[in-house]
Design a protein around this ligand. Structure first.
Ligand code: F6R
Length: 265
């Protein structure tokens, strides 16, 4: 694992875009294997996505042989909701829908589709939860079918979360339904008109899923990420800083602007 520091958010975003481009360009697609790129949403990656679009326009890169898989999605938000991660990706990342995979925020009820009801469900939430669990298992199977993630690009939460794996998450966790903690809920309220509308749960790749990626890049911008970066990089691996588990991965690059790197001793 290593940390690259840049003076500005622009330089840090460019470094991430360059790394993504170089890995995609170095990849020789086969008939059965495309380049699988894991992607985040949020405030951090937007400039990277703009740069990628610019480079695509300049024919420096093509996404023809790329399949994207997103890290997470809010529970309860349909793809049309402007704060859903489906909508975010449509707005920020120009890749054909047939090459994009995002977890469904609104449950798909396989049991109801087959039988008309789910007799074992005690409540609507319980029934939804089961449907979400089926989607999460299907997502894991999809990633395996695709041959695994070649490069996983992520942001990091101020509390050290990656994906929506909050402090305390198991290092072996797979894609699942997670409860957002208070800090994440507060941080993400900036995207919603009204705080009470921020979803309480999300579907997220697990830490085990993330660790299976061949290569990982984490971008951190701004002083509110300084403590998370310090703990992820300098403290030992511990459950209270989920990103610290990346220390046990062989190919991880943290990219930070000077503000996000300022907490280092
Ligand atoms: C989003 C995701 C989250 C964010 C993190 C930072 O898909 O997986 O882990 O990367 O919450 O969010 P921002 O970039 O908004 O500070």
């Amino acid at each position: 694992m290593h940390l690259q520091t840049f003076s500005t958010p622009e330089e840090a975003s460019e470094a991430v875009a360059n790394l993504i481009i170089s890995r995609i360009n170095a990849f020789g697609p086969t008939q059965h294997h495309k380049f699988v790129l894991g992607l985040p949403t949020g405030g951090t990656p937007t400039r990277v996505y703009e740069i990628l679009a610019e480079r695509c326009e300049a024919s420096e890169i093509s996404f023809e042989h790329v399949i994207s898989v997103n890290l997470d999605e809010y529970v309860g938000l349909p793809p049309t909701h402007e704060q859903s991660y489906h909508h975010f990706m449509e707005e920020h990342f120009d890749i054909p829908p047939s090459q994009t995979h995002i977890l469904p925020g609104v449950p798909i009820h396989p049991i109801q589709i087959i039988t008309g009801t789910d007799p074992s469900a005690a409540s609507e939430w319980e029934s939804d939860l089961k449907a979400h669990q089926v989607s999460c298992a299907a997502y894991e199977a999809l990633i395996t079918y695709l041959g695994g993630i070649n490069l996983l690009f992520m942001g990091i939460g101020a509390n050290g979360h990656i994906g929506f794996n909050e402090p305390g998450s198991s290092f072996e966790s797979r894609t699942r339904v997670v409860a957002l903690n208070e800090g994440t809920w507060e941080a993400n309220a900036r995207f919603f008109e009204d705080k009470s509308r921020v979803p309480t749960h999300a579907l997220s790749m697990g830490l085990g899923t993330i660790l299976d990626a061949q290569e990982i890049i984490v971008l951190a911008l701004g002083s509110n990420k300084a403590e998370a970066i310090r703990r992820a990089v300098e403290d030992g691996i511990n459950h209270m800083t989920p990103a610290s588990v990346l220390q046990q991965h062989e190919r991880v690059t943290f990219v930070a602007d000077s503000s996000a790197a300022s907490g280092r001793k």
